[in-house]
Design a protein. Structure first.
Lengths: 789, 225
């Protein structure tokens, strides 16, 4: 029986090559793209899920301020971990991870390699027991036998030592500090939020506190929110109680701190990839959007299949009748048609797998991920099974029910209930195009927002500025600056601890004249020389800039937001204290965007430092190569042991929006594919309609209808459906995209014409698809079509 | 074998009601060969469909092998049909995607006959219909006469007690038509009851009895000698 079903199914497929091809191409693309998106979604959802104790691991966040000035910070002060272990019931283990910026190059023998910033961290020993990162070599209990020990990842070991055993070998940081490799860690999984290449003991960081500064030690420094702190808690412990207890401890240990200044919160490890510390979306929204897109694309492919199969069911009615007359039961026929769908799907699935394999490298580069389509991976099979079963069920049942329900006698005579009644198919076409139009609108809005981001007045000029660490040049900054400025290729030179593009952390360690007792301010500090403000063309709202005189060391410049949030009236001349340094406010700069446009502008304070670790050089587009060469001369003179490095601020700026760029590119592709698959279906339906109306067209032509008349007649019905789809999809897409835009503090306006463009695209594409068939049918010789009846 | 009494069937459109069968009664005994004749629209095909349990009557009684089937549901009718009745159509109604062998095999598949038994029985009947050499051809590769042989082979492969033939020679030339009538006569002689709808007086002469219908009623019966 099964063999017979399969045989019939196969021969049917072969006999109707055109429709089979449409069906299989549509399904293949739909399945492939659906699975590609779901693989992406699965990858995103898999972040940080692989730790055995993961359910009980939390990151401590700090919520600072109240009301409009409330900020939730992902870093907390150093003592939190120590106190949590000592004084908070329910805490089993605590780990601090602090990014190290101490070294940028390491040397092994004559091999000098650059390490990217942010790839090295100081960690507590418990790092190796709390998390499931695999220590391949070394002792898990004493990963750092002394403070000069480091643990490196497998691939880092390979880079420096090749196939030699790395244990006991020495890596010298920035040509001065030797570290001995005491452990080798398996590379961090791609889906881990915690990563890096080199791990130092947290003691190295602790030793950087000399006891002479305001904060005596790391475990006493309650003022700087810079450690990423993870707590493993007992399964029955309350996260709220632990967070509250930590807040209490903070109040007790830092004089003058009140609950309104800040409270601690716990965030589940499993959430840190997709949610920001304040609970807003850090990606979960895109995950949701993409899941919906995957479902829509799969639905579009299913609808194609259903529409083509049911439209053509009339041609199958004779076969169904005969089978019924000679003894087939409905269930047997039902099975037969299910098997036909299964066959079609199997072919499409194999093709889809091939397609996925083929496009995976491109897909990875577009999405900025390292995903693998591995048929031996159970996760991949989850996606495959889910996709295939859902789409198979969705597309097989209705056609099978319809076909097996034919009454044999009427079907033999060509009277088929359901197949003639095309309302259901029309509804499906409307759905299909509604999805497509929705995706087009989504694409246009995402692109519009990205354009907007690029066109927004940032409040500063970053054009043709490159940055480099000064290292030894720092001691000769003024001389180098003077010499560089004598070249026409160089338009400006300045120094600062951070660029204007992105701030460098925040501190709550502030005080000012007239500070209300319940107000606290988390502020981003910028250190700079006197030319920084001018070179980046920051504008003053009041006061003046630094002059480069000695008195500037007691001067502060704040941005408008800081003044507003601090509630300072007539700020010029008022006292402001940052850390332990009292000073006077001499200027107020207009607000500028020193973070992603997803965030609103936050408070900033400028301090005068005539020489900072970083140098900024402004040139022109034309002179850039010459300027880079000029700076290189000094680099070689002072930093001979280090490879020359520099980066343009424009690149850093674009990097901030890389994930949006990826999203936008993917969205463009998905929308295009959705429209394409919808058109395949429409093309099939138009072909079919032209076929069954061949006699009507013949008669109309004999009676004098023109080609235009016929084309209009055939296209009109479909275009009405597409218009209906536009009407349905527009408000929904509009609403959904508005929700997406809510993520951004600065949003592009959605104009009505975006919807019109999306609708126009759909109509034009649909019309082109239909008219091809319609014109062909209209041009056919009526004598031929009438005779064939 | 068959006893129908006061059988009625109406066809309704929005405005018109057509009576296809008007209180029709008739009997067919086991082993008979009956021809049903009459002008177009007299209800011949409707009668045949009801006899073949493809359609149900609006009123009246239909007793098949001493079972009242007039009010059987579709499933019961299908079950009774597939074990007892074979069909032969004017337009052959073979399935284009299946070969001669597979077309004939189909009824056996639906009645759950084992594969080895199926091969034996299909070969047997193809042999008898002298179409064995065409077993692997598709219907569209055969002449009309050959197609009708295949259709008859398919109708008899399940060894039905009754064969219903709807103008079996209507699409054939006279030579092929005669061959088909000979085949049916042979089957009848071997014990199969045959009811045949036809327009052809020539074909009707092969039967034992002609029932003539007009406007859904029996108007005359001729016993052939």
């Amino acid at each position: 029986m099964f063999k017979n079903y399969l045989k019939t199914a196969w021969r049917n497929l072969i006999n109707t090559k055109f429709y089979s091809a449409l069906n299989i191409v549509g399904l293949t693309i739909g399945l492939a793209v659906g699975m590609l998106i779901l693989i992406w979604v699965q990858e995103e959802l898999s972040y940080d899920q692989f730790h055995a104790k993961g359910d009980n691991i939390y990151k401590v966040n700090a919520s600072i301020g109240t009301g409009a000035s409330k900020q939730v910070w992902g870093g907390v002060p150093g003592p939190v971990a120590a106190f949590a272990l000592k004084e908070v019931p329910g805490v089993v283990s605590a780990v601090r991870v602090v990014t190290s910026y101490d070294y940028s190059v390491f040397r092994y023998k004559d091999k000098l390699l650059k390490e990217d910033f942010g790839k090295a961290s100081y960690v507590d020993n418990a790092f190796f027991t709390m998390f499931d990162f695999k220590l391949l070599k070394g002792n898990i209990k004493t990963p750092f036998p002394n403070d000069q020990s480091i643990v490196i990842t497998e691939s880092t070991a390979k880079r420096y030592f090749g196939n030699e055993d790395p244990i006991g070998k020495t890596l010298t940081g920035d040509s001065k500090d030797p570290y001995t490799v005491s452990g080798v860690l398996a590379d961090f999984p791609a889906n881990s939020s915690i990563g890096g290449d080199i791990l130092f003991s947290i003691n190295v960081k602790k030793k950087q506190y000399t006891g002479k500064d305001f904060w005596k030690s790391m475990d006493q420094d309650w003022g700087n929110y810079y450690t990423t702190t993870f707590l493993q808690i007992r399964p029955d412990a309350s996260t709220k109680a632990i967070a509250d207890k930590l807040t209490d401890i903070h109040m007790k240990n830092q004089p003058g701190i009140k609950p309104t200044d800040g409270v601690f919160q716990l965030q589940a490890l499993k959430d840190i990839h997709l949610y920001n510390p304040d609970g807003t979306s850090a990606g979960i929204q895109i995950v949701k959007i993409f899941s919906i897109v995957a479902v829509l694309i799969l639905l579009i492919a299913c609808i194609n299949y259903i529409n083509l199969s049911t439209a053509r069911s009339m041609l199958r009615s004779k076969e169904v009748s005969v089978r019924k007359i000679i003894g087939a039961e409905r269930s047997q026929l039902f099975m037969q048609f299910i098997i036909e769908t299964v066959l079609c799907f199997s072919i499409a699935m194999v093709l889809a797998f091939t397609l996925i394999y083929a496009v995976m490298p491109v897909y990875n580069s577009i999405s900025g991920k390292q995903m693998h389509f591995d048929l031996f991976n159970s996760n991949v099979w989850q996606v495959i099974a889910l996709t295939i079963i859902a789409t198979l069920v969705a597309s097989s049942i209705y056609p099978a029910m319809l076909l097996s329900s034919f009454k044999p006698i009427s079907a033999l005579k060509g009277k088929v209930a359901g197949a003639g009644n095309a309302t259901f198919r029309k509804i499906l076409v409307v759905c299909q195009f509604a999805f497509s139009v929705g995706l087009i609108i989504g694409t246009l809005i995402i692109n519009k927002q990205l354009q907007y981001i690029h066109s927004i007045q940032l409040g500063y000029d970053k054009e043709h500025v490159f940055a480099l660490p000064m290292r030894a040049m720092q001691d000769h900054y003024e001389a180098i600056k003077a010499e560089l400025l004598s070249h026409t290729e160089i338009k400006g030179v300045s120094t600062g601890n951070t660029s204007v593009i992105i701030g460098n952390g925040s501190t709550g360690d502030t005080d000012w004249d007239g500070k209300a007792p319940d107000v606290s301010l988390l502020i981003s500090p910028f250190d700079m020389d006197k030319d920084f403000i001018g070179m980046f063309k920051l504008k003053f709202a009041a006061g003046t800039g630094f002059t480069g005189t000695k008195s500037d060391s007691a001067h502060y410049i704040l941005n408008e937001t800081a003044i507003k949030l601090a509630g300072i009236k007539d700020p010029i001349g008022k006292r402001f204290k940052l850390h332990n340094l009292n000073g006077t406010i001499i200027g107020v700069v207009k607000d500028f965007h020193f973070a992603s446009l997803k965030q609103t502008i936050e408070p900033a304070v400028f301090s005068y430092r005539p020489s900072s670790w970083q140098m900024f050089v402004k040139t022109t587009g034309k002179d850039a190569p010459a300027a880079i060469k000029l700076v290189e001369k000094y680099w070689k003179q002072y930093n001979a042991n280090f490879p020359y490095e520099y980066s343009f601020l424009d690149d850093a700026y674009n990097e901030m929006y890389r994930s949006e760029q990826h999203t936008s590119t993917l969205f463009n592709m998905f929308a295009g594919i959705a429209v394409f698959i919808s058109c395949l279906g429409l093309f099939g339906l138009a072909t079919y309609t032209a076929q069954i109306k061949v006699k009507e067209i013949g008669i109309r032509k004999v009676l004098g209808a023109s080609v235009t008349n016929i084309t209009t007649m055939l296209s009109r019905d479909f275009l009405v459906l597409v218009l209906l789809a536009i009407i349905i999809a527009s408000p929904i897409a509009w609403y959904a995209m508005n929700e997406w835009l809510m993520d951004y503090a600065y949003r592009a306006e959605i104009h009505w014409w975006l919807i019109a463009v999306a609708g126009g695209v759909a109509v034009v594409v649909a019309f082109a698809t239909i008219s091809f068939q319609a014109v062909k049918a209209a041009l056919a010789n009526p004598v031929k079509s009438l005779r064939s009846e | 074998m068959i006893k129908i009494s006061n059988l009625e069937k109406f066809y309704r459109t929005e405005e018109v009601e057509t009576i296809a069968l008007n209180k029709l009664s008739m009997e067919v005994a086991t082993g008979e060969f009956v021809a049903i004749m009459g002008p177009s629209g007299c209800g011949k095909s409707t009668l045949l469909n009801i006899l073949g349990m493809l359609d149900d009557p609006d009123a009246g009684s239909y007793v098949f092998n001493e079972i009242e089937v007039a009010h059987f549901n579709e499933r019961k009718r299908a079950d009774l049909r597939k074990h007892n009745i074979g069909f032969v159509f004017q337009s052959f109604n073979l399935i284009d995607e299946l070969t001669v062998f597979e077309n004939v095999e189909l009824p056996l598949i639906y009645t759950g006959v084992a594969a080895s038994e199926r091969v034996k029985r299909v070969e047997e009947v193809l042999d008898k219909m002298q179409i064995m050499h065409r077993r692997n051809h598709y219907p569209q590769q055969l002449s009309g006469g050959q197609q009708q042989r295949v259709a008859i082979a398919r109708a008899v492969v399940n060894k039905p007690k009754l064969i219903l033939a709807d103008e079996p020679t209507g699409n054939l030339d006279s030579s092929n038509g005669n061959d088909v009538m000979e085949l049916l006569t042979d089957l009848n002689e071997q014990g199969t009851t045959i009811i045949m709808v036809t327009h052809s007086e020539h074909d009707a002469r092969y039967s034992h009895r002609i029932i003539r219908l007009l406007d859904g009623q029996t108007v005359m019966e001729n016993i052939m000698v």
